[in-house]
Design a protein around this ligand. Sequence first.
Ligand SMILES: [Cu+2]
Length: 526
Amino acid sequence: MPDRKGAPPIRILDQNGQPAVSGVPSPNGAIVPVEVGGGNGFQFVPDTVNISVGDTVQWTWSTSGHSVTSGLPCAADSQYCSPNDMNCASGVLSNSGTVYTHTFSQSGSYSYFCASHCVIGMTGVVNVSGGCAPSGWSAGPALPMVGVRLVGVYFQANGNFYGMGGRSADTAGNDFMHPFEYNPNSNSWTTKSATYPDNQVNNMACGVLAESGTPYIYCVGGSAAGATTATGRVFRYNPVTDTISPVAAPWPPGVTNILPGGFTIFQNKLYILGGFDIPGGVATNQIWEFTPPTSWVQKAAVLPVARGYIPTTTIGTLIYTGGGAAISGGAITDATDSFVYNPMADTIGTIASIPRATGETRALNFNGRMVVMGGGRTAPNPSNEVDVYSPGTNTWAVNTPVPAFVTARRNFPTDTDGTTRIWLAGGYAPTAPTASMERFCAGGPATPTPTATATATHTPTATPTATATATHTPTATPTATATATHTPTATPTATHTPTATPTGTPSATPRSTPTPRPRPTPPPRP
Ligand SMILES: [Cu+2]
């Protein structure tokens, strides 16, 4: 927690010129100041703060016409907002001298923006760590039943982890019809009442998107147990009201029986990379973008190689992948190719390959690193290994800082709060569906790596220092040397194309399950 404890007490006046009453901090609560409209007048200063659970952020307006609005840029999710946490979607702007505080009681990475200036990059993030126990991996309660091919989604607005879709067995008729909810505070699972619109709920692409100020879990595509077809249909789930609603915007490839590949959220849009063309028995290379409420766009860029079930996550303004499934004649082989996609520039490049082949699992953004969770089906997979990619150095680490979990598995729901906690449950472990759950807690405060948020930050360092040096020499010719030093503005480039430094060591990491299993001969039903 750099800089915070040593900061001098701040004296701030509120909009009435009175000393501001600083929030109500929880027992260990520090108060962390952020200036609103500082820097070039359209920035939060600092734009990233790292705090502990129970701490309070105190935003103070130094210029007028700004808001603090929670949500991914630029879509309000109504978790908190200035001036009074009411009508967040309307984006009420406040003036110089305003003070707004919010106390963060759950770990996680909390994005916010100014409703007026989000589009020019006035965004911020509060990384909250700590508050969980025990440290490291520990067993959680089992899923209500054994399950595979669910999607794990952390829903920050209520702090719960959801298992969306999936099935209890690979034979027809075993698809789940209701979401599963895990509450970290009560440490228990609940089967929700809301019912899915159909039984094609395996291998969906899901993520949290806000629409008109309300966050939902959107789910796209999927297949049914025992089927060789897929769907493109989209629905959204409101976990607060426990309501599932149709979204009249099917994913176009799903209509032709393609399953979604890797998926992730960037700036309130859902991206799908690659997929599994079931009738063709091959993987696909397309990249699609969904903007709520109903807009699908196929991007011009394509994956350098076709892949399905790709571990995929967003870090800063870039989307990273690690491995994925190569598919031929319907048969799946784990791969190591890893990529970085720039959704703003619509360009794709190669990064260092993940140190072991995997697929049929997820990648998560944990403190600015890509964490690839076990997975894979090609022997000796499935695995319990955790591969950790650092964008800054284009390097991979194995089982550090997140160690391997206990039970090797694939096709399981997993997600993270981004700073402190990771949850996983179910999956094929290694071939039979399991119900077991594991949860990770980073003991003590984590140190989030600052993500390169390449939001066209226009830093107007207009300091043309005009140094006029007049040298007067006693001779008859006085020389006047005028030196004008113009410091050019640093323009941050959004295109971070890491050079592919192939790591020569494909890591012979000892696994907990070294026994090779017989491969099923027929191509697996997705
Ligand atoms: Cu603003």
